[in-house]
Every structure is written in structure tokens, then in C-alpha cells.
Design a protein around this ligand. Structure first.
Ligand code: NDP
Ligand code: HSE
Length: 438
């Protein structure tokens, strides 16, 4: 049978890996897919560099629209990134009747509803395994492997850059700014790392996972997003002393008590004994808890040329196997049938339920602790653990660290405002959320 013809838009980090792996493993891939898969046309702004990568194996053009217009191309792979030209090209490819593979989490988290609707109308597939956690097949797990379950929650380390920075901060006791510079020097963080360190990239991925886990539309604009820029080595150290590590987690949780979904990205204390707490460096890991399966964990490289290409090519194989199937018999884009997506609301952050870590810089005098614990008790917030260090010599102030049991965030915010107003609380209170992930 004639090979499936693929057109590649953008041959940078992921595109070049896709080209290399597809070539290297072509025979194995053909045996799995049932026919060959060949990249026969590549568009990239840098035509010269693209030619160096593909040699004579594919036609190289500067204009991505020439790939979309080529009637011989069956699948368009978008590896340009961003929500600008990439959105236009994906929609144009769909309109031209091409199946699409993309690694572009930003695009799908923001414009997924429009893109999936357009694809359905045209009867084509949009596959995006590489968009969440790179080489880890978490989309496949959520869309197919776990379909028996009511998913309770998904929690993941889904940004390698920030996990690398947090690992370095913990190992070396260094503050965020110092480690970020080092990460940029080593090539772990981009020159403009905003999306990574502010949690936006993780929120894009968490948004996609929330849709797949709970059968809701993608709603990036409803996600609560906090990055790691304000995190200090002091809190990482105290957390460690209390048996926790701090990770930037993307969390999506079903809340049956209030008929809503929590969708949030923020630094989180996780018990050190959990496997996910021990995911170090630029590695990714995602935990999914289902009512039938219990807790599952997926671990691997969340970025990089060939790890991400592995996911792109898995999508190419899926499309090759399925493209002749009746569109109604294919796996739905968001795991649930499109007319079965529910409008379950994403909860505002004030309604989220978690435990908290608090660090208060207080005057070392009598009654201070009593005033703080009274405010927590009046807010119905129960203390789980409490740590107070002796004042350093010559200082008449110290840190009080409190771990609470689960509480509603709105209640905690009100209590924090009252504690902050105490004259004996000498600096802004640090509050971080804590999850047991059991
Ligand atoms: P790169 O920047 O390395 O590659 C993008 C390529 O697209 C570049 O070669 C760029 O050319 C080219 N390009 C830009 N605009 C156009 C255009 N209009 N027409 C044709 N080509 C164009 O990005 P990555 O490979 O790192 O990322 C690609 C996608 O994969 C993104 O959505 C990213 O979020 C996602 N992703 C990336 C991962 C990674 O590890 N890198 C992991 C998971 C997902 P030029 O350089 O000349 O601008
Ligand atoms: N910037 C992302 C990360 C790349 O650091 O994980 C993969 O999406």
C-alpha cells in the first residue's frame, strides 16, 4: 500500500526529531501502522536549515500554505507553536480536509473548542499527544486506557523547566533568581521563560487534561495560574524539615460536593514519600486517580527533540490506522463524545479545598501563637502541625510554620488577612497549598 504522506510545518526542535525518528524507525513504524509514513514536504522559514536536515528526502518550502494546498498530503503536522499563524494554518489544514497532528498546547488550550468543532465538521482528526508531558503517553491513557473510570483527579509535574529550577533550589539551597540564570545558561530555560516560570505552560497542559478527564470543554481562561517566581529557598527548606517537597503541580479535580471542577497550577507541598515528589530535574510525571483503577503514575521526559517526536509519531500511526474508519467510530478528540461534554463549572479559586503551609515572621513574645491559633480556630481551620524555631541570637523575632488540614480557600484568605493585621506579625505571610495525593 502507498505510504501515508505527511507535510511538516516547522522543522525546529520537535520537527527535526520527528523527521529523524520517523526515518530511523521507518520499518518498525510501518509494521505497526500497516503502511509506511513518510514526510514528503516540509515548510520552514529557514529553508536552508530545513534542507540540511531533510536532504533529498522531502520537498522544502518557505510557505506553509503550499503544504496545505498539496493534494498529495494526507496529514499536516503543525510544529511552529503559538496561537498566531499556527491557529490559521491548523484551521486551513482542517478546511482542506487534512488530518492534523500538533504539539501546540497553547493553541489547543485556548482555541481547542473552535479547532475540534471545525475538525468534526470536516470529518478529520486533530491529534495532540505531544501537547502534554512530551513523550509520556498521558493523552492516550486519559482518552483510552482509563475510559472505565470516573476520574477523581489528575495532578502532574508538567513543566520541565520549573521542575529543574525547583530541584536545583532544593539541592543547592539557592534562591529562584540565581537558579533561573543558571538554567538559562545550561539551556534548560528559554531566553524568555515567562510561560514556564509563571505557570502558563503548565496551565495550558492542565486545561487539556481537565477536558479529557472530566468531559468538559477546554477552558484555559478559567484556570487559576501561579508560577514559582515568588518561591524562596527558605520555604523549600522548611517544607523538607516537615517531610514535604515543593513542586509546581497542574491539578484538575472533580468536586462532587459542589458540582464543580478545580483547575489550578501553583507551587504545592507534596509528601516527600510520594513517588511524584521524587521526580527531579527536567522530568515530568502525571498522577491520575480513577474510582476503579485507584492511583496511577506516568513518568518520563516532558520535552526534548526525540521524546516529543515519539508522541508526534504515535499520533501519525493512530491516524494512519484510523483515517479510513467512519468518523463516528474514532476516539473522540476530548475522550467523551462531543455532544456529551458537560458544562460543569470550573470553580473560582476561593472555592478550592486544600490544606495549607503558612510561614509567619513573628515577634518572639508571649501570646503571639495564641492570637494566631485563635484566628484559625474561629475560621474553623484545623492545625495539622506547627513548628517554631528559637530566635536567632540577638534577634527578637522568629518563624512560625503551620500546616493546616483541608479548608476552603476563601476561609483561609479571610483568616490570613486577620493574621496579617496582627502587630506581632512582622512580614508578609507566606502561604502555599499542600496536597497529600493519596
Ligand atoms: P522551534 O522554535 O524549535 O521550531 C519551530 C520552527 O517553526 C522553527 O524552525 C521556525 O523557524 C519555524 N516557523 C516559525 N514560523 C513559521 C511559519 N510561519 N512557517 C513555517 N515555519 C515556521 O519550536 P519547538 O520545535 O520547540 O516547538 C514546536 C511546538 O512543539 C510548539 O508548539 C511547542 O510548544 C511544542 N512542544 C515543544 C517541546 C520541546 O521540547 N521543544 C515539547 C512539547 C511540545 P525559525 O526558527 O526560522 O523561526
Ligand atoms: N517549556 C516546556 C517545559 C516544554 O519546560 O516543560 C515542553 O512543553
Amino acid at each position: 500500500m502507498k505510504a501515508i504522506q505527511v507535510g511538516l510545518l516547522g522543522i525546529g526542535t520537535v520537527g527535526s526529531g520527528t523527521f529523524a525518528v520517523l526515518k530511523r524507525n521507518q520499518e518498525e513504524i510501518r509494521r505497526r501502522a500497516g503502511r509506511g509514513i513518510e514526510i514528503t514536504m516540509v515548510a520552514d522559514l529557514n529553508v536552508e536549515r530545513a534542507r540540511e536536515i531533510v536532504g533529498d528526502a522531502a520537498q522544502v518550502v518557505a510557505d506553509a500554505r503550499a503544504v496545505i494546498a498539496n493534494p498529495a498530503i494526507d496529514i499536516v503536522v503543525e510544529l511552529i507553536g503559538g496561537y498566531g499563524i499556527a491557529k490559521a494554518l491548523v484551521l486551513e489544514a482542517i478546511a482542506a480536509g487534512k488530518h492534523v497532528v500538533t504539539a501546540n498546547k497553547a493553541l489547543l488550550a485556548v482555541h481547542g473548542t473552535e479547532i475540534f468543532a471545525a475538525a468534526r465538521e470536516k470529518g478529520v482528526m486533530v491529534a495532540f499527544e505531544a501537547a502534554v508531558a512530551g513523550g509520556i503517553p498521558i493523552i492516550k491513557a486519559l482518552r483510552e486506557g482509563l475510559t472505565a473510570n470516573q476520574v477523581q483527579w489528575v495532578a502532574g509535574i508538567i513543566n520541565g523547566t520549573t521542575n529543574f529550577i525547583l530541584s536545583e533550589m532544593r539541592d543547592k539551597g539557592l534562591d529562584f533568581d540565581v537558579v533561573l540564570k543558571e538554567a538559562q545558561r545550561l539551556g534548560y530555560a528559554e531566553a524568555d521563560p515567562t510561560f514556564d516560570i509563571e505557570g502558563v505552560d503548565a496551565a495550558h497542559k492542565a486545561t487539556l487534561m481537565s477536558a479529557l478527564a472530566f468531559g468538559i470543554p477546554v477552558q484555559f481562561d478559567r484556570a487559576h495560574v501561579e508560577g514559582i517566581t515568588k518561591l524562596s529557598a527558605t520555604d523549600i527548606r522548611y517544607a523538607e524539615q516537615l517531610g514535604y517537597r515543593i513542586k509546581l503541580l497542574g491539578i484538575a479535580r472533580r468536586r462532587d460536593d459542589v458540582q464543580g471542577i478545580e483547575l489550578r497550577v501553583h507551587p504545592t507541598l507534596v509528601p516527600s514519600k510520594r513517588l511524584i515528589a521524587n521526580v527531579e530535574g527536567a522530568m515530568n510525571a502525571v498522577m491520575v486517580q480513577g474510582d476503579a483503577v485507584g492511583t496511577t503514575l506516568y513518568y518520563g521526559k516532558g520535552a526534548g527533540s526525540e521524546p516529543t517526536a515519539s508522541a508526534v509519531i504515535a499520533d501519525l500511526v493512530d491516524i494512519t490506522r484510523l483515517h479510513t474508519a467512519d468518523p463516528d467510530h474514532r476516539v473522540p478528540h476530548l475522550a467523551f463524545q462531543p455532544d456529551e461534554l458537560h458544562a460543569t463549572p470550573i470553580l473560582p479559586i476561593e472555592a478550592v479545598r486544600t490544606a495549607f503551609y503558612l510561614r509567619l515572621r513573628v515577634a518572639d513574645q508571649k501570646g503571639v501563637l495564641a492570637a494566631i491559633t485563635r484566628i484559625l480556630a474561629e475560621a474553623d481551620i484545623s492545625i495539622d502541625a506547627l513548628l517554631q524555631r528559637e530566635s536567632a541570637e540577638g534577634e527578637n523575632q522568629t518563624d512560625v510554620i503551620i500546616l493546616t488540614h483541608d479548608t476552603v480557600e476563601g476561609e483561609m484568605r479571610a483568616a490570613l488577612a486577620r493574621m496579617q493585621a496582627l502587630p506581632t506579625v512582622l512580614a508578609p505571610i507566606v502561604s502555599l497549598r499542600k496536597e497529600e495525593l493519596a
